[in-house]
Design a protein around this ligand. Sequence first.
Ligand SMILES: [Zn+2]
Length: 80
Amino acid sequence: MTITSDVRITDVCEVDAPECRSTRAAMHDYLNRRLPPDRENHLEVHLDGCAACIRAFIDIREVSWKRRAAAGTAAQDGSS
Ligand SMILES: [Zn+2]
């Protein structure tokens, strides 16, 4: 094992990899289908191999669904 102990772990997730950061940053756009196809594919490939990111993705997706459901009912009120 060559894991250095000077890495500060602030959460259960390991967000050290730049790849993970960019993946998480793009997740909202991915859910809103705003990513170009090549970025979308890249994100999916990363999610496939990264347990921390897939977990984050599931969380974000759930929140997005709830928000969408809430927006659906709120839209009938005519509020912005
Ligand atoms: Zn990742």
